[in-house]
Design a protein around this ligand. Structure first.
Ligand SMILES: Nc1nc2c(c(=O)[nH]1)N[C@H]1C(S)=C(S)[C@@H](COP(=O)(O)O)O[C@H]1N2
Ligand SMILES: [Mo]
Length: 363
């Protein structure tokens, strides 16, 4: 059945930040590129000629090297992974209801998406240049320059060496079996499965192996979890890495009018790091009682897991809550107020939508 292409909600155009409506993400193992959220920090999208693009690999390595796209393709095997990217700011709007988050993009449910990414393993490239035994972190540097930090500098973050050497971390040139789009980081971006989206650096130009995390703004100041009373400063708080377990309702939409009676409610759940989703609970009585949703098989080890449940909705307004559990017994907390933090990251509070069910007579 042909579906209407959904419109993205554009939060800002420079930098371009946009998300799809929740219902556009429902039931599609792979999010079409046209529906994939955009999260940027620089006012301009870099336009890089793949023919002249190079990747510099340096720092604490035995043989610093520069690779062209052709050299990467020739020298290393191609691998692919189905991976869900989720912005640490996804669902921030729920935290902004607790207390103001001035200057932060008010993401709804759509700063998340899943794609098949193909490229080379970061581990293969690192082994090729030889990592110094003293190395601890791998800095990933893009081509875009944000206006956010005091001193303008290309987008730079890092991941610990052990994650950088994990087989799932890719330098990707393809998304959903098509060449990676400029907007999503062409010609080559990093994909760090199970970690916050901010570590999956787009428009990758340099990899520097270090004995400390990157001092870039988006590692040292932003994307860190601070206590509610603290203000961001270099090195303050905890750098976000592995995703915390999260879930959301994808359909029906929040505020939807539906016929009373059996109603299929669907959504996704996502666990981070080396955890997996093991259970999703759904409640229509504010969490007093819970029903377990059916879990679909995962499209990939690093992808979200869809869930579904049939609820018997009475005429009137129902609030549907959902929460996921991960394989380390991590569970989503009830209240966003418990999670509120000054940059508005990691809203993993119970998902909820309000549904208005009408009877045959009001139909
Ligand atoms: N070079 C660069 N890489 C980046 C960013 C950026 O602003 N510049 N944003 C990061 C963030 S915060 C997220 S959530 C993802 C978003 O990827 P997408 O725009 O392809 O969805 O890219 C990450 N990689
Ligand atoms: Mo992000």
């Amino acid at each position: 059945m042909p579906t209407q292409p959904a419109e993205l909600t554009v939060h800002s155009s420079q930098p371009y930040n946009a998300e799809p409506p929740r219902t556009a993400l429902a039931d599609l193992d792979l999010t079409p590129v046209a529906l994939f959220y955009h999260r940027n920090h620089a006012p301009e999208t870099p336009r890089i000629d793949p023919a002249t693009w190079t990747l510099r690999v340096d720092g604490r390595v035995e043989r610093p090297a520069t690779f062209s796209l052709g050299a990467l393709r020739e020298r290393f095997d191609e691998h692919d992974q189905v991976v869900t990217l989720q912005c640490a700011g996804n669902r921030r709007a729920g935290l902004a209801e607790v207390a103001e988050l001035p200057g932060e993009t008010p993401w709804g449910p759509g700063a998340v998406g899943t794609a098949r990414w193909a490229g080379v393993r970061l581990a293969d490239v690192l082994r090729d240049v030889g990592v110094d035994p003293a190395a601890t972190d791998v800095e990933l540097v893009g081509a875009d320059v944000s206006e956010e930090p005091g001193a303008p500098e290309p987008y730079a973050v890092s991941v610990p060496l052990d994650k950088a050497l994990a087989p799932e971390v890719l330098l990707a040139w393809s998304m959903n079996d098509a060449p990676l789009a400029e907007a999503h980081g062409a010609p080559v971006r990093v994909v760090v499965p199970g970690w916050i989206g901010a570590r999956s650096v787009k428009w990758l130009e340099r990899i520097t192996v270090r004995d400390a995390p990157s001092t870039g703004h988006f590692q040292a100041v932003a994307y860190r979890l601070l206590p509610a009373g603290a203000s961001p400063a270099p090195g303050r708080g905890v750098a976000l890495g592995p995703l915390a377990v999260n879930a959301d309702v994808l359909a029906p939409d929040d505020g939807a009018e539906v016929p009373a009676g059996p109603t299929r409610v669907t959504g996704y759940a996502l666990a981070g790091g080396d955890r997996t989703v093991v259970r999703v609970d759904v409640s229509t009585d504010g969490g007093a009682t819970w029903t377990q949703a059916d879990l679909d098989p995962q499209a990939g080890r690093w992808s979200w897991r869809f869930w579904q449940v049939e609820l018997d909705l009475p005429v009137g307004t129902s609030r549907v809550h959902a929460r996921a559990w991960d394989s380390a017994a991590g569970v989503q907390p009830a209240d966003p107020a418990e999670l509120w933090n000054p940059k508005g990251y990691v809203n993993t509070s119970w998902a909820h939508v309000t549904l208005h069910a009408f009877g045959a007579a009001d139909g």
